[in-house]
Unconditional design. Structure first.
Length: 84
């Protein structure tokens, strides 16, 4: 079962490909996105990574929460589901 992770405190120059590369060192990444302002504008400083395996997702949290990326400490945890 896949697990969606919230990735916060991202440097604005980081791309979805960068997240994919970083998280792929731990396990299979199904999707990696950076959230931008409406209309495809400036990045908002956070994104989401969907890991294929639940154990890999928890390992990613352990290893990458607080990891320095371009001088910023990442915040990595399981994404909360949105109530629509």
């Amino acid at each position: 079962m896949s697990v969606r992770l919230y990735i916060g405190n991202l440097p604005f120059e980081v791309t979805g490909d960068d997240l994919n590369t970083l998280f792929s060192t731990i396990g299979v990444v199904e999707d990696a996105i950076i959230v931008t302002q409406p209309g495809g504008g400036r990045p908002r400083g956070f994104g989401f990574v969907e890991m294929q395996d639940e154990q890999d997702a928890h390992l990613a949290i352990e290893q990458l929460d607080g990891h320095s990326l371009a001088g910023r400490a990442l915040k990595v945890n399981v994404a909360n589901s949105r109530d629509d």
